[in-house]
Design a protein around this ligand. Structure first.
Ligand SMILES: Cc1cc2nc3c(=O)[nH]c(=O)nc-3n(C[C@H](O)[C@H](O)[C@H](O)COP(=O)(O)O)c2cc1C
Length: 167
């Protein structure tokens, strides 16, 4: 098997966030996608060891923001290489609250999807959180950042907890 075939799959980059019991959490994911249009429904795959997974489960809601091309590596590092357990990720890029009560940062993102959790599927290392989109907003006219652009232009790395990580 040629596992590098999986590198041919294309993705965007997103921050998925939630808040429950006073704990705010959020992390970068490439594994977010719309799965149905009636009703509008999306899913995100989050590693069980990420703080964000437990907070989404407790909140029964999550918010996806679509990262745009104005994002730089410090921004990706803020959400994608640190732990919400010990660090406030919503301090440096602004903090607003979505329709489902999730914190989100409005900088470097071009759209927002606020979702109510409707199902959770255990896929091993990760949980698939499936949510109904109850509010959606365009936040800017910037182009969405793709995973290919992240690798080619920002020279970004894929950390071990990403669904697409290969050792
Ligand atoms: C480019 C990139 C893609 C990522 N994709 C995913 C992903 O699809 N799913 C996931 O669970 N983590 C993914 N991660 C890793 C999380 O963002 C990272 O483990 C984060 O620090 C977790 O934060 P938390 O513990 O506060 O939830 C990705 C990180 C980066 C930088």
């Amino acid at each position: 098997m040629d596992a590098t075939a999986l590198f041919k799959m294309t993705y965007g980059l997103y921050v998925v966030s939630a808040e429950a019991d006073g704990q705010r959490a959020g992390c970068v994911v490439n594994t977010a996608t719309q799965v149905t249009s009636t009703p509008p429904r999306v899913m995100v795959a989050v590693n069980k060891e990420n703080v964000t997974a437990g907070v989404i489960a407790a909140a029964k809601a999550f918010t996806v923001t679509v990262i745009d091309k104005t994002a730089d590596m410090p921004y990706i590092g803020n959400f994608g290489f640190r732990s919400s357990a010990t660090y406030n990720k919503f301090e440096h890029y602004g903090c607003e609250t979505s329709a489902v009560g999730s914190p989100y940062s409005p900088e470097h993102v071009c759209a927002l999807l606020a979702c109510k959790l409707v199902d959770t599927v255990d896929v091993g290392t990760h949980l698939l959180f499936i949510g109904d989109v109850v509010d959606a907003q365009k936040l800017s006219d910037e182009e969405p950042l793709t995973y290919a652009y992240y690798h080619a232009v920002l020279k970004g790395k894929t950390p071990p907890k990403a669904s697409s990580y290969q050792a």
